[in-house]
Design a protein around this ligand. Structure first.
Ligand code: PBG
Length: 342
């Protein structure tokens, strides 16, 4: 033990100033990169995209600068460009024509719905790109809820029965990952059994296991056109932002029921949950940088209050540092360009 160095500082691997100067390692780029503990790569990114009916159609999402809804033909092109930049997976979200929305959300189980047509087209054009298909009723339900609503209540088991059928049409269309974002109880086990029974045992399930009832989903609801329709809130099925132990119970249940990967959502305000889930279960843990987080960054950057490029990359690196293996982000394509320097 050197002079002036206490037992505690030796245990912590720290010496004492002026012999030890943490700034020494930060002095040059090569050195900072050499000792970096976390790395971000384009393989970590999952790009969520919004699909529109028709051909040659593109629409800006007003509350998400730089994000567009695309018709299938344009989406196929855009995903090809993203793949060329190193993005390996995409998550699909449809904007359903209001005339197809019903109180039972039956369009969700139509094998020719927008989601299934997009899945088939993308799999045909870009078979190497992983496709995450969202399972929930909100894009198809005239109440804007993720489940079936009766007398103001969101029915659990009746909803799960529909989600099974939705999962099966998506798997048949070519989904690589079924991604239930609905937060009904027991849906992972039921979906796993249904997939296995239909010969889709190779299809993965990524459960939105710790999904919070968050104010940060607002712009997404504009993007899929469910926001105006939403009656009330989602607090009877999505988690209370006050809770963390509960997220561990949710994740434990979903893993027990057969989830291959779990998701924590939203992202930036919930990094403590990402860390706790990862440390407790040591399973692939993804995180969603949701629409409101994206909108906040863009609004600040557009006002000149934040350096957009630096803020985007720092926010994504922080998810990796917290323990996430994958990040859903609307900034995936711009981040890939930044990482590649193009
Ligand atoms: C609903 C769903 C939501 C998001 C993904 N799937 C919104 C909600 O729960 O109301 C939000 C994603 C985002 O805000 O970017 N099934």
């Amino acid at each position: 033990m050197g002079e002036g160095v206490s037992g505690l500082t030796v245990v912590n691997g720290l010496g004492r100033y002026p012999r030890t100067r943490p700034r020494r390692l930060r002095g040059a780029e090569w050195s900072r990169k050499l000792v970096a503990e976390t790395h971000l790569s384009t393989s970590d990114l999952v790009w969520p995209v919004f699909i529109l009916d028709g051909e040659g159609q593109r629409e800006q999402v007003a509350s998400m600068p730089g994000v567009e809804r695309l018709s299938i033909d344009l989406l196929v092109e855009a995903v090809g460009e993203a793949a060329a930049l190193g993005i390996r997976s995409v998550a699909l979200f449809p904007k359903t024509d209001p005339s197809l929305k019903t109180s039972d959300g039956r369009e969700a189980t139509n094998p020719d719905n927008l989601m299934c047509r997009a899945t088939r087209a993308l799999k045909a054009a870009h078979p190497e790109v992983g496709l995450f298909c969202d399972v929930a009723l909100d894009p198809y339900n005239c109440d804007g809820h993720d489940g079936i609503v009766k007398d103001g209540r969101i029915l659990n088991d009746e909803t799960v029965a529909v989600l099974l059928k939705q999962s099966l049409v998506q798997a048949a269309a070519g989904a690589d990952v079924i991604a239930p974002s609905d937060m009904m109880d027991g849906r992972i086990g039921s979906i796993r059994d249904a997939l296995d029974g239909a010969g889709f045992e190779h299809v993965q399930i990524m459960s939105y296991a710790a999904k919070y009832a968050s104010a940060f989903y607002g712009p997404f609801r504009d993007a899929v056109g469910s926001g105006g329709a939403l009656k009330g809130d989602k607090k009877t099925y999505q988690m209370d932002p006050a809770n963390t132990d509960e997220s561990l119970r949710e994740v434990a249940m979903d893993l027990d029921e057969g989830a291959d990967m779990v998701m924590v959502k939203p992202g930036m305000p919930y990094l403590d949950i990402v860390r706790r889930v990862k440390e407790t279960f040591a399973v692939p843990t993804l995180v969603y940088q949701v629409s409101g987080e994206y909108a906040m960054m863009k609004a600040a950057a557009d006002n000149g209050w934040l350096d957009n490029d630096a803020a985007v990359l720092e926010s994504l690196l922080a998810f990796k540092r917290a323990g996430a293996c994958g990040i859903f982000t609307y900034a995936a394509v711009e981040a890939a360009r930044l990482m590649r320097g193009c």
